[in-house]
Design a protein around this ligand. Structure first.
Ligand code: NAD
Length: 518
């Protein structure tokens, strides 16, 4: 079936409600519940989906377990599974327009940004399709002529894949593609705010030839379906992209059954600019680092860490340009960035800014909720810059996940590194300088999972993504992103079996003591 937005965006129509996909069929929530999805740019309803219950999640887990244990997917070769992933990539490219439209409506992001996301999603499936079978294991030199020793990889089993709302399908794809190519079955749970493209993905996987029951989907709130996904003994791995608090809840729930966990959590990412940096590139990218997608990016460069000698002029230019950034909905040709995901999130970002000001930060631009014109219908928040920030302030410690840039200054390279590492997170950061040695020294000293030099934001599926510290556990993308979904097994074969000779062959010593045979 060709994926179309209409399969999802059925608000106001009589089409069957989708969202709960178990064993290859669309089902209704056990209590018949549904949930409305609203576009953050204007609040209008764009989809109605199943509001799954905990019981529905348990049925989805049972489906994934039975399909995994039964084995149609895991018994294929890596190369056969890889071929299916390459078909998925082709289908995603064919249906890019429908996917991008659905993503833009759910998130409020500009259509063109949703289209970029779809390219990245296809590239992720293509990458894992292509590397299938390239690292199937290895032969070990045991140093013994009588032994053959191999390390092979096997799928983990049933994976619960929990995705956020900022890059809904992209973050899901980073999990689904490696989980599938490794031979697992899974239950995907998108954010309740952005389920539409995950629904489309189930149709694409089915069309590409993924057997029924391997891919299951549960739409619903984390508090309702998250419990079974992270505590059910039939689940082998929980992979979450989300907030630190959710990661902590899942980790506690997964402890009882000692599940594997893979977490991509928050970030409080420094963008370090030295006085010798390329001025125009550094100013421009300081804006992109934080204001792309209105700051709703886990790796957003939310902390400008700038050399004191250029700070005033640099910040003045950033503020001047930030004030000119145009906000608008997904289909507004003049918009440069979109709304925040919900009224609740916007209000939290505003409260975060207010708290920073109360602690002594200086509001240089933004910092208000638009209350008139078309922006008032959506959940917009303007690019905001806070100067005069000092260590210990909540705005330097906590993630806002909104368009809020803080400014800190340094005098020496050591100070720059210390400020950049002064966070419990460690997801990403950047260093701007024309001194190649300094760039390498600082990049080496930063305790963050991705470091850009004279750039911000680019990534490729071949390179691992993940965080130090409280930014997460494990890695997505790259070879390590595949290994998260595989068990390594060591197989040892003795081709000339013989007694080990460890214990002697002399007769057993006579037993003594009470009860011993006379
Ligand atoms: P969130 O933690 O609120 O939700 C993420 C997902 O977890 C959603 O699907 C949600 O329904 C689910 N969930 C919530 N409570 C749960 C529970 N108790 N059990 C199981 N699942 C539960 O996060 P969000 O608001 O959707 O996303 C924003 C966060 O994600 C930010 O902190 C951001 O930094 C982080 N993020 C990180 C990366 C990364 O690569 N490190 C990428 C994107 C987003």
């Amino acid at each position: 079936m060709t994926a179309t937005a209409e399969h999802v965006h059925q608000a106001g129509t009589s089409q069957a409600i989708k969202g709960l996909y178990i064993g290859g069929t669309w089902q209704q929530a056990s209590d018949g519940g549904t949930a409305s999805v609203r576009c953050p740019a204007d609040g209008r309803e764009v989809a109605v989906v199943a509001a799954s219950t905990a019981e529905d999640a348990e049925r989805a887990i049972a489906s994934a377990r039975a399909t995994f244990d039964g084995g149609p997917w895991r018994r294929l070769t890596d190369i056969e599974r890889g071929a299916v992933l390459l078909r998925v990539a082709d289908l995603l490219e064919r249906d890019k327009a429908a996917y991008a439209r659905a993503e833009a409506l759910d998130t409020g992001k500009r259509l063109v940004e949703a289209e970029y996301d779809m390219d990245d999603i296809a590239a992720c499936f293509r990458y894992y399709g292509k590397i299938a079978g390239l690292d199937a294991g290895r032969v070990i030199d045991t140093g013994r002529p009588n032994a053959i020793s191999r390390v092979v990889y096997e799928p983990l089993g049933v994976c619960a894949l929990i995705a956020p709302w900022n890059y809904p399908l992209l973050q899901a794809a980073w999990k689904v593609a490696p989980a599938l190519v490794a031979g697992n079955s899974f239950v995907l749970k998108p954010s309740e705010l952005t389920p539409s493209t995950s629904i489309l993905l189930m149709e694409t996987l089915e069309e590409a030839g993924v057997p029924a029951g391997v891919a299951n989907l549960v739409t619903g709130s984390g508090s309702t379906v998250g419990g079974p996904l992270s505590s059910d003994p039939r689940v082998d791995l929980v992979s979450l992209t989300g907030s630190l608090a959710t990661g902590q809840t899942i980790m506690a729930a997964a402890a009882e059954t000692v599940k594997n966990v893979a977490f991509e959590l928050g970030g409080k990412n420094p963008n370090v600019v030295f006085a010798d940096a390329d001025w125009d590139a550094a100013v421009d990218n300081a804006l992109t680092a934080i204001f792309l997608h209105s700051g709703q990016v886990c790796s957003a460069g939310a902390r400008l860490v700038i050399e004191e000698s250029i700070a005033d002029r640099f910040v003045a230019e950033v503020v001047d340009r930030a004030k000119k950034i145009r906000m608008g909905g997904p289909f507004d040709p003049d918009a440069e960035t979109g709304p925040l995901i919900s009224a609740k999130h916007r209000d939290q970002v505003h409260a975060y800014v207010q708290a920073g000001i109360a602690e002594g930060a200086e509001l240089l631009c933004g910092g208000y909720i638009p209350d008139e014109g078309p922006l008032a219908d959506g959940y917009f928040y303007p690019p905001t810059v806070l100067g005069n920030c000092r260590s210990g302030m909540s705005v330097l410690r906590d993630e806002s996940f909104g368009p809020v840039l803080t400014v800190e200054t340094f005098r020496t390279e050591d100070q720059a590194v210390a400020i950049a590492n002064d966070t419990e997170y460690g997801l990403a950061g950047a260093v701007w300088t024309s001194d190649a040695s300094k760039a390498q020294r600082v990049a080496g000293a930063l305790r963050h999972g991705t470091v850009w030099i004279n750039d911000y934001h680019p990534y490729v599926p071949q390179a691992e993504w993940g965080g130090f510290g409280k930014s997460g556990i494990g890695r997505e993308l790259g070879q390590a992103g595949l290994n998260e979904y595989r068990e390594a097994k060591h197989i040892w074969q003795n081709i000339q079996p013989a007694p080990s000779g460890w214990f002697g062959t002399a007769p057993a010593p006579k037993e003594t003591g009470e009860g011993a045979a006379e």
